[in-house]
Ligand binder design. Sequence first.
Ligand code: NPW
Ligand code: ADP
Ligand code: K
Length: 463
Amino acid sequence: MQGLPVLTAAAMRAAEQAAFDAGVPEYDLMERAGAAAAEVIWRAGGRRETLVLCGPGNNGGDGFVIARLLRGRGVPVRVAALGESRTESSKRARGAWDGPVESLADAAPAAQLVDALFGTGLTRGLDEKVAGKLDELVCRASLSHSIDLPSGVATDDGALLSPVPHFGTCIALGALKPAHLLHPAADRFDRLVCADIGIPVPSAIHSLAVPDLQAPEPEAHKYTRGLVAVIGGGMAGASLLAARAAAHSGAGSIRHFAAVVAGSGPDAIVHRHVVAPADITEAVSDKRIATVLVGPGLGRDEDGRARMEAALASGHRIVLDADALTLLGEKGRDAIPAGAILTPHEGEFVRLFGDLPGSKIDRALEAARLTQAVVIYKGPDSVIAAPDGRAAVTRGFSSWLSTAGTGDVLAGLAAGRLAVTGDPFRAACEAVWLHGEAARRAGPAFIADDLIGTLPAAIASRL
Ligand SMILES: NC(=O)C1=CN([C@@H]2O[C@H](COP(=O)(O)OP(=O)(O)OC[C@H]3O[C@@H](n4cnc5c(N)ncnc54)[C@H](OP(=O)(O)O)[C@@H]3O)[C@@H](O)[C@H]2O)[C@@H](O)CC1
Ligand SMILES: Nc1ncnc2c1ncn2[C@@H]1O[C@H](COP(=O)(O)OP(=O)(O)O)[C@@H](O)[C@H]1O
Ligand SMILES: [K+]
């Protein structure tokens, strides 16, 4: 199961160089990129009057190719450039455009706008006047497309180097870049299309794939399908929510141990009121347990700590969330067993790992390497990272997920899928996808409990 490859600017340059070394002429790649992008624009805009903005580098070169090909299809096209073309390929593409070239500053708006000002070569923010002009032209167009990247975003970490308007479509060339998935850049366009330019783009980082799930084996029973133990504390609602998600994740059997009496949960979940840490030790000593989840509703006091220690000492595969992550931030990361799944949001991540350098993908990967655990670094752009360098990044999940308790549901799903598959990275990817899909099916203004109800349909869609 793999999504689309994600390459940094340097990795993309290396992939292009490998193609050149293998005999692909440099300019051919620009023609391929321009043709692939022109096809997407043609399908969206037909013969709409079009303005193509071309920058000084190869992104601008793509723009000249696009302009020529669209005009060849009968589209009324105007081109406005930001200065001279500076690369060999972009000079050649400009030479092949036989129409006039206006200056960007004087360009009048058109119904359709194509931004080929800057792509992966952007090193600093756009001048204020250029950024302002781009914004004006995008706002006045009814359709807008950014070529490879919206001009003004930092390719590798998704930062905005200068103000960036909101585009309708972003046409990524050859592969996705981190800025297509990481916020705030990923929020600067509605639709993302990745255009194939016919070169290999190897990467251990992908957009999150849609998973392939299986129904239980014909001979399955409740223990072969995975027994999940959810250890709560004084806030039984949170751990119950996680237990309910685990119960609808595909796992076979769920036990819920909370320090206070939980609200009314489904009777299919075995609830036990367990107060003393020694009783937790006893409760998780069952060899049939496939995974333990600890964190939601645990509490951060001495009792919570003792219960977490008992869970860690059980030796079972473990998912660590919420308060368990905060307690581990104080106790030290060494206590995290290899093969665990950690599910930090931004605050928990910083408490646990401090201020790591690089993009959100880099930080998640470094956290996974440091702990030898799979890290689900949550947010609008969740990153799932494995210690071996693989990562998957989400895009476009419902922003209605930003409501209390959805993290508990995700933790329960991760524990459940880990019990089913035994593979932490796969389980984490499946859990994150199912969480997003359950949210999509729940519509607007749902509460975390509603996700439990839409999970079976989300699973059914992938069987
Ligand atoms: N390799 C290939 O054959 C293929 C590449 N492809 C395409 O090429 C794109 C990458 O092209 P690229 O590397 O030429 O960089 P690009 O994004 O056009 O900009 C660089 C230029 O802008 C300049 N500059 C930077 N920041 C600036 C600023 N704020 N304000 C003003 N100037 C600024 C910078 O100059 P400098 O930093 O030296 O001043 C340089 O001149 C990629 O996204 C894809 O679209 C496809 O065609 C497939 C084949
Ligand atoms: N704006 C957003 N868009 C998409 N998903 C989001 C957004 N905000 C939060 N989420 C997701 O919702 C969940 C929230 O988890 P968390 O912050 O732990 O909440 P809680 O502790 O209340 O359960 C995570 O899975 C996160 O990725
Ligand atoms: K661009």
